[in-house]
Design a protein around this ligand. Sequence first.
Ligand code: 5AD
Ligand code: SF4
Length: 465
Amino acid sequence: MSRAGELFENGRIQDAVTAVRRLIAGSGKKYYVKTFGCQQNEADSERIAGMCEDMGYLPADSPDEASLIVVNTCAVREHAEKKAISVTGQYKHLKNADPGLVISMCGCMVSRASRAEQIKKSLPYVDFTFGTSDIHLFPVLLSDRLAGGKRRFELPPDNPPIVEGIPVRRESGFRAWLSIMYGCDNFCSYCIVPYVRGRERSRNPADVLREAEELIGAGYRDVTLLGQNVNSYGRNCPFGCDFPGLMRRIDAIDGDYLIRFMTSHPKDATRELADTIAGSRHIAHQYHLPAQSGSDSVLRSMNRGYTFDEYAEKAGYIRRVIPDVTLTSDIIVGFPGETEEDFEDTLRLLRTVRYDMVYSFIYSPRRGTPAAEDPAQVPDEVKGERMRRLLELQTGISSEINEKYYGKVLRVLIHGKSKNDPGMLETRTEGGKILLIPDDGTEAGEFVNARVTGTGAFLLYGERG
Ligand code: 5AD
Ligand code: SF4
């Protein structure tokens, strides 16, 4: 049975919101959300913050000011899990000083029964946990705990609902995440996501469009559509709207804004999508198309559903129909069984496609996924050495591509003062590249033109032009 379309305003959740509001009314209590992981988690954290404010909490600048802390975890690599546990461990002394402090964990890591059990046993100061598909239950869990209920460790249901109407507190006034679907059905053999975010389910296009209209109407300039595999948006749904169709409907909204999307699985990336981007008014000329590897045999063991040649053909088509596209990829180095020859195929893919940028990751075994059971694990030194070679090659390619921008005038969106370069404003090009210009006091959220005066592998410099 599909439970899609539930509303946050349902009785049980609203009763909990009201109960917490009454309990903390006028107390000035604050909340703090710590986020690990991907854009989906950032989007989820904005909804957790929205619910906290709906219940009457105020935002805290640091965890030690807070009466409520939520740690939103990631499970994609082991490092992210260790970080979440160690950061939560640092909150123990806050709980000792203030036993009324509520500490909660949510997200991908705690959606696994084994991890939830581990946290229950080893982090006794954690009050409750909940997974990504149970975010709407946060007020219920909080209200029960504040009323003296037991610690709870909620695991995701088999058939999670899509819940509309959860309040959102967006971090930015000009950039926004817009989730169009949840979960993943691809089961790439290295990846934990399908086990922790559940089966793929798409939001109703009417709900997506309404949110897009609200954002654009409120002056948002840069809206990123989110899904684990946006190309399968609408699949197995009665809506009669696929991803290119959804993009065209959003693109028809008038306004001064850009739409982006993440992430597109190469096996489902169609020519129609590339043509839609090329013919659009508002879709950014940016395409993130994670290859993961260039070796046919590794791609087969990863269960990716395409070969080197099929991938290169699709990437070539994208570059042909969108000549100024910024094309990026994710690559995993040291997948089980990856030979020197396999790795060289990955380097060959980088040379063939010539990405603007590559996000590269050392393979991290995730218990419960098929690849973690593979006896042919690659030794750490080999992984490290391959990573170094990949970065060296890609840094050269990125530098060469960026050099071609020298002297060009680009339309960029001001993001705010640069943290690393005092006196400079950080901006983003349509392709998502960082471009720094001298700070002339222009407000964040404005589009301006900038002439490129300097280039590097990871940065462009410019002046208002
Ligand atoms: N080890 C290393 N990298 C991984 N990714 C996903 N699972 C793993 C893993 N087990 C990477 C993939 C994916 C990105 C978000 O994270 O490249 O595209
Ligand atoms: Fe993981 Fe593959 Fe799904 Fe991406 S498409 S979330 S890599 S299983």
